[in-house]
Design a protein around this ligand. Structure first.
Ligand code: ZN
Length: 354
């Protein structure tokens, strides 16, 4: 095989995509001359050229450029084959110093209550990352890719997606094999993510609606000026004419102009209406190790309550805890005869305040 060594900077993103794609399919690529390749993938063999000027010398070669049928085919095949993945977040410290005092500092309790750490366990917490593709269409078309992460344990949005997906911190295999924490299913995560993405898409659509409506207004103004000119000409022609019917003809001509103008403006308005389509482009599960901390909260004269707390080693923080009574996440708890509840718990206004 004659492989021409080229410095990686001179390889275009399209070429490096094709090399990666063929490698990932366990195929073989051979650069027979700069920007001309022989590809072998399973039973398929083809020759491609990235440089259109190389085509006359290689009549068998297909042109690989963005938007070419060949490239569209490779790209959509890649998207279909590798549209989901499961990776592990690595490089996190699972032995933070002084976890019990961190818990005490993070969780606020009534003065007569105390929290005790019973057990600390490192577990895998699946984080589902969804890439939604939003297509905005009207008299033009724009696409936007919107990534959204959902922590499947609490079923809430991951705010620090960049840190979670840090380029060199994702691996095919975990650093240590951990049991998975209790978590919602991927479809449940998807439903929740869709709700969040709808809230993100609405302002994006509104921005475009304003921009596009501004352009439509300009087009309408130009069009109205054109029809106004036609009306002026119709009147002037009638005035010049000595034909007794001319005035009646000018009136019906003006009516026809009015009708056409109204029709064209309605068409423009309709074309500028914006349609939004949101679909899922790909999914990735990133299993992130976190610490599940089992604690008991004890108040004098009451049965101790159990409270599970999560330490996130990525952000080095205690995560907000769902209230055992109402489910809202919080760091501030009170105690009542019924057990622990949050500061804002409905119908519990006097609980724990003595
Ligand atoms: Zn509550």
């Amino acid at each position: 095989m004659t492989r021409i060594a080229r410095d990686s900077l001179s390889i275009s993103p399209l070429e490096s995509f094709v090399r990666d794609y063929v490698d990932a399919r366990d195929g073989v690529w051979d650069e027979i001359e700069p920007q001309v390749y022989d590809l072998l993938m399973g039973p398929e063999m083809l020759q491609i050229a990235f440089d259109p000027e190389a085509l006359p010398e290689h009549p068998e070669a297909q042109l690989a450029s963005l938007g070419s049928p060949l490239f569209d085919r490779l790209l959509s095949d890649a998207a279909r084959r590798w549209n989901s993945a499961r990776l592990y977040r690595v490089g996190l410290n699972l032995y933070p110093h002084g976890i019990e005092s961190r818990v005490r500092r993070a969780i606020s309790l009534p003065v007569d209550a105390s929290v005790r750490v019973e057990r600390v366990r490192a577990m895998g917490f699946p984080q589902a990352v969804f890439w939604f593709k939003a297509i905005f269409s009207g008299d033009q078309k724009e696409e936007e890719l919107l990534p959204l992460g959902m922590d499947l344990h609490y079923l809430r949005e991951v705010r620090h997606l960049d840190a979670l997906l840090a380029y060199d911190r994702l691996s095919d295999s975990p650093e240590t094999y951990l049991s998975e924490a209790r978590h919602a299913s991927l479809p449940a995560g998807y439903r929740a993510a869709r709700g969040h993405v709808a809230r993100t898409v609405a302002p994006l659509a509104n921005t475009r609606r304003r921009e596009w409506a501004g352009r439509t207004q300009k087009q309408i103004a130009r069009m109205s000026a054109y029809y106004a000119q036609l009306r002026v000409e119709a009147v002037a022609r009638a005035a010049r004419s000595s034909d007794p019917e001319a005035e009646a003809r000018a009136a019906s001509r003006r009516e026809a102009i009015d009708r056409e103008e109204a029709l064209r403006i309605a068409e423009l308005r309709q074309k500028s209406a914006i349609h939004v389509q949101v679909g899922l482009a790909s999914v990735m599960i990133v299993v992130q190790p976190k610490l599940l901390i089992a604690t008991t909260v004890t108040t004098k004269g009451q049965t101790p309550s159990r409270l599970d707390i999560v330490w996130d080693p990525l952000l080095e923080t205690i995560e907000a805890v769902p209230c055992p009574a109402c489910g809202q996440t919080t760091f501030a708890f009170r105690t009542s005869r019924a057990g622990l509840c949050c500061e804002n718990c409905p119908g519990n206004s006097s609980a724990g305040r003595r």
